[in-house]
Ligand binder design. Structure first.
Ligand SMILES: [Cu+2]
Length: 101
């Protein structure tokens, strides 16, 4: 998933019906072991594109309400705020892929 913005914005929250919580995580190589940690609010500078991809920044679904199967699609609602504190939302359809693909 790629997020871009023409003006400075921040991702305030992400939510999905099927999970209790959706967090933004980063992956970091810590002494040879990849570790995830919560990233906190994601800042997007004007004109910048932030890429969420396996092995890097990602959205983590916490507390799934039902198991996911490859081929399912789930909706994630992203709430952004721009520099003027104006909020906007985007709903992204996310395909579920087999682990490791
Ligand atoms: Cu994670």
């Amino acid at each position: 998933m790629k997020i871009s913005s023409t003006s400075t914005a921040r991702l305030l929250s992400a939510e999905s019906d099927i999970a209790k919580e959706v967090q933004v995580h980063t992956m970091q190589n810590h002494e040879g072991v990849m570790k995830m940690r919560e990233h906190g609010q994601l800042e997007i500078s004007a004109g910048q594109t932030v890429e969420l991809a396996p092995g890097g920044l990602h959205l983590m679904l916490m507390g799934l309400k039902k198991p996911l199967a490859a081929g399912d699609t789930l909706n994630v609602k992203l709430t952004f705020e721009d520099a003027k504190k104006v909020k906007s939302t985007a709903v992204v359809a996310v395909p579920v892929r087999p682990i490791g693909k």
